[in-house]
Ligand binder design. Structure first.
Ligand code: MG
Length: 387
């Protein structure tokens, strides 16, 4: 029986993870769950899984939960410290699925506690970089990527030794604007940007997939996680999202992982590693599929991808700034204050103006990430005032 903590239970990754646990009740126990505010779901889950502890980012939700909870033995935690405390509980695997920079501190806590981490939060690696991996190594914590591309690469890398790897191939779907002109993208609406052809994800990830900022973040994550230069990672578009990523070995072999575009596979692998359990996803039928198409990325339309490479070359706080500027820009786009293509403009500006200001130790990372976010917000306001 493996003990599980889920951080971020009400998001799409968290919900799918809970479905996976329901499929494998004999193998897993859900002990600890962190929510943003969804106390009703928390009540259901605690009754269903007999959880030991729950935490809520929102203190009012924590109080409401405590009033309604009929199980006397459930600990109720709240605020940012709540998720950190929950992450530190010794378990077999912590699914880190709190999105955004608030997911950072709980990941550090889980790693520090020596827990295995199934990592779905991008910010932890993007902001923590190699220092996070060093921390994991020194605390005996293993990190398994849950992002479908990185999960694919992780699986492909098992086919050879690290020194035999020539390059990594990161695939992108191209999102809803793959075939659009740059003019169409300039005036794209929220509804158009939210209409992802293959994946169903949260708002932030969906917009990031429309600009390919998502692929930029994934490129940064892959460079850190698999310890290679940005120039060793190629990005190619596979519109059907069937080929989830690949590793090119020095002997001329390319090992790829293919499957239906369904996050349940990567989530299941993250929770069950090194084993593979059923996920409810059917194996692909190649005779039904018949073909796989590939295209180069149009870097004029998808400038965020080139900017991610620049951020990696800046090193230090480049990736953290890329992430912060993008998060600010996506919020501004969703509130109608920024055009889709201006997201790249804000990232570029923030990288130019901010690089070098937000460097420090891993422990300082959550605070530095918050400062970088604040900086990017003021850069945006200054830019918006000019218009
Ligand atoms: Mg992905």
């Amino acid at each position: 029986m493996r003990l599980v903590t889920i951080l971020g239970a009400s998001g799409s990754i968290g919900k799918n993870a809970i479905e996976f646990l329901r499929l494998h009740r004999k193998d897993f126990t859900l002990c600890n769950v962190a929510f943003k505010a969804d106390w009703q779901t928390a009540l259901q889950l605690c009754a269903e899984f007999n959880c030991r502890a729950v935490s809520f980012a929102d203190p009012i939700a924590a109080e409401t939960f405590a009033i309604h909870c009929r199980q006397a033995d459930v600990s109720v935690l709240s605020g940012p410290e709540g998720a950190v405390e929950l992450a530190s509980e010794p378990v077999d695997v912590v699914l880190a699925a709190i999105s955004g920079s608030s997911g950072l501190a709980p990941v550090l806590a889980a790693v520090r506690a020596g827990n295995r981490v199934a990592l779905a939060n991008k910010e932890a690696l993007v902001c923590g970089g190699t220092a996070l991996l060093d921390l994991a190594r020194s605390n005996g914590s293993t990190i398994i990527p849950v992002d479908s591309e990185h999960s694919a690469m992780y699986q492909c890398l098992l086919a050879g030794n690290r020194h035999e790897v020539g390059s990594l191939l990161l695939t992108a779907s191209g999102g809803p604007f793959r075939t659009s002109t740059i003019g169409e993208m300039r005036v794209a609406t929220r509804e158009q940007a939210m209409n992802h052809p293959n994946w169903s994800m949260g708002v932030k990830n969906t917009i990031d997939s429309a600009t390919l900022a998502n692929k930029g973040l994934e490129l940064i994550e892959a460079a850190y996680f698999f310890q290679c230069d940005e120039s060793d990672i190629d990005v190619v578009i596979n519109p059907s999202s069937i080929l989830h990523s690949a590793v090119c070995f020095r002997d001329g072999s390319m090992v790829a992982q293919l499957g239906r575009p369904d996050m349940r596979v990567a989530i299941g692998y993250g929770l069950s590693w090194p084993d593979r359990l059923t996920t409810g996803v059917e194996t692909l039928s190649l005779s039904d599929l018949r073909r796989l198409d590939f295209e180069d990325v149009d870097l004029e339309k998808f400038r965020c991808l080139s900017l991610a490479r620049s951020a990696l070359r800046i090193a230090g706080d480049g990736p953290m700034l890329f992430n912060a500027a993008n998060e600010v820009a996506v919020a501004a786009f969703m509130s109608g204050r920024l055009g889709l293509l201006d997201i790249a403009g804000l990232i570029e500006e923030c990288l130019e103006q901010g690089a070098g200001r937000f460097t420090g130790s891993l422990d300082e990372t959550p605070a530095l990430a918050a400062e970088a976010m604040h900086f990017c917000r003021s850069e945006f306001e200054a830019m918006a005032d000019l218009v």
